[in-house]
Design a protein around this ligand. Structure first.
Ligand code: DAH
Length: 339
């Protein structure tokens, strides 16, 4: 029996030494010390030897058991130390790696142009207001002197939600909302998104932005309109900028005009930028039509006003020398990061 014990001892100590991972170590523990393990089986054969020899044999078996337990414990802690070492080496942080650069965003050229315009008008005592993008036909057309079947309605074809509601084609409806509040004087600009059933090309988009302006008070004249918009143009495009007003027609203003600024590339001599004209058209304007005042509850015998509407993209394109409006909405970083 003692020879068998010695064989078991040697074999298991070898196996423990050779175990490569915790799983095989555990298998080894079971096969040596488990219920059906070699040592347990050997213990059961004790009854077959002479009673006088049993205590010594039992002690010997227990000594081997302790030896194997000890070897298992040592192997386990050896493996744990090794795994700890592997884990630590995997978790090592290389502090010499260059840091990830934080890339800061910035405002879109449209937003930049808008902020600049807002600053100019706020400086002249104007308030910045907003109107709804989903608008009643009444505010977008009717109250602006564009009744059903008016040809101007054709030029501003839009997306109808139902017979009464539409996506606004112009920010001019904001004028009506402000006038209906009944607080005069009014000095406001209203920037916002507008919609038209237009195809996309270099100068058109079904979605774009306008900035509306309205002043209503006692004694407002066309001279106020000219002075204000001339000042605006000089602030926006430079002190040398000159303006000219060409007669035009808008249903909600009378008289109406379009304002041109002298070309800020050539100073008015004529170049490619202004197509040889020397002038660049930038906005529509006029004296608020008495009927429009009246419909909004303002007495045209007491009050008068002027209004204007600017295409925001147009200003941004001109100011930053961009030649295609599609660039403004394509979200191409190579374009946007130039501003
Ligand atoms: N709403 C006009 C348009 O979309 C622009 C405009 C012209 C606005 C004259 C005005 C104005 O307030 O007085 O074409």
């Amino acid at each position: 029996m003692l020879e068998e014990l010695e064989e078991i001892r040697k074999r298991h100590l070898e196996m423990i030494k050779a175990a490569a991972d915790p799983e095989s170590l555990n298998e080894e523990r079971v096969s040596a010390l488990g219920k059906k393990g070699d040592l347990t089986s050997l213990l059961k054969t004790l009854k077959n030897i002479a009673p006088a020899d049993r205590p010594a044999a039992g002690q010997r078996i227990n000594a081997v058991r302790r030896e194997i337990e000890q070897a298992l414990a040592e192997a386990t802690s050896r493996m744990e130390a090794k795994q700890q070492e592997i884990r630590l080496s995997q978790e090592t942080i290389d502090v010499t790696l260059p840091a990830k650069r934080i890339r800061y965003g910035h405002s879109h050229p449209n937003t930049k142009a808008l902020r600049e315009m807002e600053k100019i008008f706020i400086g002249m005592g104007y308030e910045v207001v907003e109107g709804p993008e989903i608008e009643k036909d009444y505010y977008n057309f009717e109250a602006l002197n564009i009744p059903a079947n008016h040809p101007a309605k054709d030029e501003q074809d839009t997306f109808y939600i139902n017979g009464e509601m539409l996506l606004r084609t112009q920010t001019s409806g904001t004028q009506i909302h402000e006038m209906e509040k009944g607080k005069i004087p009014i000095r406001m600009i209203a920037p916002g998104r507008v919609y038209r059933a237009d195809e996309v090309d270099a100068t058109h988009s079904p979605v774009f932005h306008q900035v509306e302006g309205l002043v209503v008070d006692k004694g407002i004249t066309f001279a106020d309109l000219k002075g204000t918009l001339d000042m605006f143009a000089k602030e926006l495009f430079g002190a040398d900028t000159r303006t000219r007003f060409r007669p035009h027609h808008f249903p909600f203003t009378e008289p109406s005009a379009e304002m041109d600024v002298s070309c800020f590339k050539c100073g008015g001599k004529g170049c490619r930028f202004c197509k040889g004209e020397g002038w660049i058209e930038i906005l529509g304007c006029g004296m608020v039509h008495p009927h429009v005042l009246e419909m909004s509850g303002i007495d045209p015998e007491v009050y008068s006003g002027f209004a204007f509407g600017v295409g925001l993209e147009r200003i941004a394109l001109l100011k930053y020398g961009i030649d295609d409006m599609r660039l403004m909405i394509e979200n191409d970083e190579r374009f946007l990061k130039q501003f």
